[in-house]
Ligand binder design. Structure first.
Ligand SMILES: NC(=O)c1ccc[n+]([C@@H]2O[C@H](COP(=O)([O-])OP(=O)(O)OC[C@H]3O[C@@H](n4cnc5c(N)ncnc54)[C@H](OP(=O)(O)O)[C@@H]3O)[C@@H](O)[C@H]2O)c1
Length: 354
């Protein structure tokens, strides 16, 4: 196979993406193996927290002259295993994120006679953005997702929001759910829409559902409560919640956790993001409504925005997709430095990163 190394890196990266939102506090990782004179490329990915190094599953299928593509360099003690399996060449999309471990594998492998190529692929940074954030900060990485009219409204003045964007944009939004560990909404979205908050795709893991509900107004008949035994569901509340409401929800399989409140006596969103990371949920998708979006924006803890925009105007009394106070000065506005724009049928998708 010509140019086998770059192809293996592509395959290892797409395998690793299967683990997005599933690897807990470990970085998503993937491997791809090519053995000369054998058809095809085999791949493996890390798809759960605490899983083994994905290449381990491929090595029994290796043989003399095997080439391995990896997302990041492994620990240096893997060199002997690779050599014994017949691997002679290793292509790395990136180096280990931890500086003390950086290049240790590369040096040892080269000393042992393996050819090592490091490509410094920029796709690794994107793949590991949640992991890198989790290792550097004390709170979950926050992605704000909105589907709005071009004047930034996510519902009409009567609260109707289904549907502002078209089916393909909505499907893209659901795919995003599967890539993050948890999805969060405010209690008023649950009361208005009674959503499922699942990825709604066969064979695709659902994110943990999180509801901000300071007084436990969540009705026991809500979809999220009725399905809590199948899809993990957490309600973050405050000391204002009654013990009896906690017990009722707990008996139905909902986890109820009390976190710090803010000045208005609501769930403190920074405390919520810290709590989620401590629970092993490093990537959080915030899906509304505008009141909760505003709380995250005012707290300055939005790392990425995924905006689905429809060519529609809903006017001043439509519900704003971002409430809260907002800054008084432009210099204090939450700004994003990197973005991509894509058209999806008659809608747009804009991804913004800090
Ligand atoms: N187009 C879309 O994509 C989309 C997506 C989602 C929602 N929506 C629409 O948005 C509307 C609901 O949005 P909403 O803005 O009224 O409500 P929301 O943001 O869903 O929920 C707000 C509620 O969350 C609770 N909360 C707990 N901690 C909070 C905090 N720190 N900051 C803010 N709120 C906190 C508060 O109730 P407690 O004080 O009782 O805790 C608050 O009233 C519905 O009409 C829905 O259809 C549209």
């Amino acid at each position: 196979m010509n140019d086998v190394g770059p192809k293996l890196i592509d395959r290892a990266l797409s395998a690793a993406r299967r683990g997005l939102g599933r690897t807990g506090l470990a970085p998503p990782n993937g491997a791809a193996l090519y053995v000369p004179d054998r058809a095809g490329v085999r791949t493996a990915a890390l798809t759960g927290p605490g899983g083994d190094w994905p290449a381990v599953r491929l090595l029994p299928k290796a043989g003399p002259g095997a080439v391995l593509g990896l997302v990041v360099e492994p620990t240096s003690d893997r060199v002997d295993v690779l050599r014994k399996a017949g691997v002679t060449e290793v292509w790395l999309a990136g180096l280990h994120p931890d500086p003390p471990r950086r290049r240790r594998f590369v040096k040892k492998a080269e000393r042992a006679g393996l050819k090592v190529v490091v490509t410094d692929d920029p796709r690794v940074t994107e793949l590991h953005e949640v992991y890198n954030h989790a290792t550097a900060r004390k709170r979950a990485y926050v992605v704000l997702k909105m589907a709005t009219s071009i004047d930034g409204r996510n519902a009409t003045r009567a609260g109707h929001s289904q549907w502002i964007t078209g089916p393909r944009a909505r499907a893209a939004g659901r795919r995003l759910r599967a890539e993050l560990d948890a999805i969060l909404v405010g209690i008023d979205t649950v009361l208005a829409d009674d959503p499922q908050l699942t990825a709604r795709r066969k064979g695709v893991r659902d994110p943990v559902r999180v509801i901000l509900d300071s007084r436990l107004r969540l009705p026991v008949g809500a979809n999220v409560v009725q399905t809590a035994r199948h899809v993990p569901t957490i309600v973050l509340t405050t000391r204002r919640a009654s013990a009896s409401a906690k017990a009722v929800l707990g008996a139905l399989g909902v986890e109820v956790a009390t976190v710090r409140s803010d000045k208005q006596g609501r769930v403190n969103v920074a405390a919520a993001a810290e709590w989620l990371l401590a629970e092993g949920l490093p990537g959080l998708l915030v899906e509304g409504g505008g009141t909760v979006h505003g709380a995250f924006v005012d707290a300055g803890i939005v790392d990425r925005v995924v905006w689905f925009g429809a060519p529609m105007l809903l006017g001043g009394q439509g519900l704003s997709a971002v409430g809260g106070r907002g800054p008084a000065k432009l210099a204090e506005a939450l700004r994003f430095t990197r973005w991509t724009v894509r058209r999806i049928d008659t809608d747009w998708r804009i991804d913004l990163r800090r």
